[in-house]
Design a binder for this molecule. Structure first.
Ligand SMILES: Nc1ncnc2c1ncn2[C@@H]1O[C@H](COP(=O)(O)OP(=O)(O)O)[C@@H](O)[C@H]1O
Ligand SMILES: [Mg+2]
Length: 519
């Protein structure tokens, strides 16, 4: 608990009780809430209508900030707490890595219960501000700001992924999105124009909400946060006990049929929409299937399908994952056929998949079946990698030796993996090149007119898929690098990710020069 706390809890300085071994016994009654706007208010309880910014929470021995809800959350079981975005919460106990016990400062039906840790942030932290978007790139900022519900003046502040503490302001002027670098002063302050300096980002935002001061327009509303993160589990209870009762599932609609069974849209506990993957009785070793589940459960990334639970005590075995409204990328691309998906969207899909794969790469997992049919499409242009069914942890030599009888999707599989049954992250990179081809051709099958074996023979003689019609040369060059005959010479997913994310931008030319507009 102590280490976890030190890592995850921004309030934890040396004196924080949460980092003590006996943190479980921490009592909220020790806390006094201070209204900063009332003089000598140390003993005053906070009025219900107070805004989070005005509240600091002090325990008798130390002081810390209270938490604020970032999104709405509806309790799924009786031991959880419902809340709305903006509600104030006191975290009583950092019980679990992803679920914390909280007390509502302004209770609704219930005063205490578990809350998903990724739905709350310390009150005074930058994460609690509706305009703060961590870890998003310029292109992603533009995508989010240009969504329909944002009007002129919509804005966000984002932190550089690579250079922590460096921020940029992105503003929608009604036509395009403009970007401004926020520079740091040595004393910790911030400025866009050197003529006007602020002690913190909040003060900077407040100023530019009042006056244009040389920006393209006044800041009005923070960009809408449409992408609400998933709660990490079905509910607090299933976080550690993810074998669930199959009677808690209702099957609603068959979504598709795969090699090992069917996929259904369903409801868990009559409330939560889920995808249920059924394992055909006897079609595959149940152990293999459960290994897939075990892997998926331990892997968490916004661009990977989240596994929630399994029903493995009797056959058919079920695996329960997050539901993706728009199904497989392959069908999605074929249906669109260029109507709405153009080059920028194609590059964005590639970047999102590369981001999920870069995470797998960092975890030393091999996917082994990367293809458009195994990428799923959600709302708001979100794409996630699914089916790590064949993934395996690297053996010591960094290469997994496949079993002889495994059926391989030949046209997606790297030649060295087919020939010598050796898979590595570099064979996933080869498959990623084929996936880029599928994206560029709106779901065409690679190597038309020949079968997988014939394609392999041609590849070994040096043949590569030619540049698809209308595919930009730069995108094709990336595919060709993925198909390098020497696995080690193929790029890493980390590199593929940033190359696709930065595809349209040269950072230095994409920002407005702060000196040119300052008064
Ligand atoms: N989590 C999910 N959410 C929505 N649809 C899904 C999900 N998982 C699978 N599907 C749908 O079910 C189909 C079958 O999936 P699957 O069994 O993995 O087979 P395959 O990968 O060969 O298509 C997919 O093509 C997709 O349309
Ligand atoms: Mg699949």
């Amino acid at each position: 608990m102590g280490n976890f706390c030190r890592k995850h809890c921004s309030c934890c300085l040396q004196t924080c009780k949460f980092s003590d071994n006996n943190s479980e016994s921490y009592k909220v009654d020790d806390i006094v809430i201070v209204n900063n706007h009332v003089e000598n208010a140390g003993s005053h309880p906070v009025p219900h209508q107070e805004t989070p910014q005005n509240i600091t929470v002090h325990s008798r021995k130390d002081s810390r900030v209270a938490y604020v809800a970032l999104f709405d959350y509806e309790a799924r079981t009786s031991d959880e707490l419902s809340f709305h975005a903006g509600d104030q919460l006191l975290i009583l106990n950092f019980t679990h890595e992803s679920w914390w016990k909280a007390r509502a400062v302004t209770p609704r039906e219930k005063a205490e219960g578990f809350v998903p840790a990724n739905y709350v942030a310390p009150v005074h932290s930058i994460e609690s501000k509706p305009w703060f978007f961590r870890d998003i790139k310029r292109s992603e900022a533009e995508k989010q700001i240009l969504q329909q519900d944002n009007k002129a003046g919509a804005f966000l502040i984002r932190e550089s992924e690579t250079q922590k503490g460096n921020y940029s302001l992105s503003v929608y002027d009604g036509i395009t999105v403009k970007h401004y670098r926020i520079r740091r002063l040595d004393d910790g302050g911030f400025f866009i124009s050197p003529k006007k300096k602020f002690q913190d980002l909040e003060a900077l935002v407040e100023n530019y909400m009042k006056v244009e001061d040389g920006l393209c327009c006044k800041l009005r509303k923070p960009c809408t946060k449409n992408e609400v993160p998933l709660p990490p589990d079905l509910c607090y209870e299933t976080a550690d006990h993810w074998e669930i009762d199959r009677n808690s599932l209702k099957f609603l609609k068959k979504l598709g049929q795969g090699q090992f069974g069917e996929v259904w849209e369903g409801l868990w506990n009559n409330t939560i929409s889920v995808a249920i993957k059924t394992l055909k009785t006897g079609s595959m070793n149940a152990e293999d299937f459960l290994r897939e589940a075990q892997l998926m459960k331990s892997l968490r990334h916004p661009k990977l399908i989240q596994l929630y639970a399994v029903c493995s005590l009797e056959e058919p075995v079920f695996i329960i994952t997050e539901l993706m409204r728009h199904g497989s990328l392959l069908i999605y691309l074929q249906n669109d056929n260029g109507a709405t998906i153009k080059v920028p969207q194609q590059v964005d899909i590639g970047a999102q998949v590369a981001s999920g794969m870069a995470y797998l790469e960092s975890q030393n997992f091999i996917h082994r079946d990367l293809a458009a049919r195994n990428v799923l499409v959600g709302d708001y242009g979100v794409y996630k990698v699914a089916d790590f069914g064949l993934a395996r942890v690297f053996k010591e030599d960094d290469v997994y030796q496949a079993k002889k009888d495994t059926k391989l999707p030949l046209k997606w599989t790297a030649p060295e993996a087919i020939r010598s049954n050796k898979f590595s992250v570099k064979s996933d990179v080869w498959s990623f090149g084929i996936l880029l081809f599928e994206i560029a051709t709106y779901g065409k099958t690679p190597y038309p007119g020949i079968n997988g074996r014939q394609a392999l023979e041609k590849i070994e003689k040096g043949y590569r898929i030619p540049k698809p019609f209308n595919c930009p040369q730069d995108l094709y060059n990336i595919m060709m690098e993925c198909w390098n005959a020497v696995p080690e010479n193929r790029p890493t997913f980390e590199t593929l990710q940033w190359r696709l994310e930065d595809y349209f931008e040269t950072e230095s030319s994409s920002y407005l020069d702060s000196n040119s507009f300052a008064r």
